[in-house]
Design a protein around this ligand. Structure first.
Ligand code: HEM
Length: 184
């Protein structure tokens, strides 16, 4: 295998770590607001926390488009030969599921917000144009969907993290390094 083929491109690495940081931050803020704050007790503070959640989370929509484009136009490192075929298959479906949540959470989040009559703001700079207006029937679907997918995302990300650590510390292969380093 050539040296370059062992590593993700620098752009792919930046996208990976920037999106991981933004996604996890958005997840924690959403979780905090959804499970520890209420309008009755916390009033405006809860509104401000949800607004912060949205302003951070919507960035993922723009980055995921660039990321998918990059993924299909640049080579990615192969998984180590030491991995069995079923493990490679599992890694492949795990990665597909991660792309699914990167798309599904911001999309259901925006639909959740719009159908409840609120905007989908980006970095406190502008709003994503509304694709739906206030819609209680849609809200009744997308709200639980957003919450269930966010829990699925938590499981998936913990699994992804554990797999990366196992590769690095137990299997001692180059999988984690391929997302951190560049060929010399
Ligand atoms: C990276 C994308 C996103 C992640 C990881 C994420 C994650 C979460 C989580 C973990 C919750 C709490 C679920 C619970 O109650 O247990 C939540 C709630 C919520 N999310 Fe998101 N979300 C994302 C995108 C968005 C977007 C783009 C919007 C709207 C523009 C949005 C709007 C909301 C709203 C309104 C709530 C309810 C908060 C509350 O009831 O206090 N989310 N989200």
């Amino acid at each position: 295998m050539s040296k370059q083929a062992q590593y993700y491109t620098r752009t792919a690495q930046w996208l990976h770590w920037a999106m991981a940081a933004i996604f996890i931050t958005a997840w924690l803020i959403g979780f905090y607001s959804g499970n520890f704050l209420s309008y009755a007790v916390d009033g405006d503070f809860k509104g401000n926390v949800i607004t912060l959640h949205k302003n951070i989370a919507t960035v993922i929509i723009f980055l995921v488009v660039i990321r998918i484009f990059w993924r299909y136009t640049h080579p990615t490192p192969q998984l180590p030969d030491s991995m069995s075929a079923p493990m490679k298959k599992m890694a492949h479906y795990g990665h597909l599921a991660l792309y699914f949540i990167l798309l599904a959470l911001p999309i259901t989040g925006c639909l959740f917000s719009w159908s409840a009559g609120h905007p989908a703001p980006v970095l406190y700079l502008f709003e994503i144009p509304r694709l739906v207006q206030d819609n209680p029937q849609l809200l009744a679907i997308v709200k639980p969907l957003h919450i269930y997918i966010s829990w699925f995302a938590a499981l998936l990300i913990v699994g992804h993290l554990l797999a990366a650590l196992k590769h690095h510390f137990i299997d001692k292969d180059f999988v984690l390094k391929s997302m951190l380093k560049q060929p010399k």
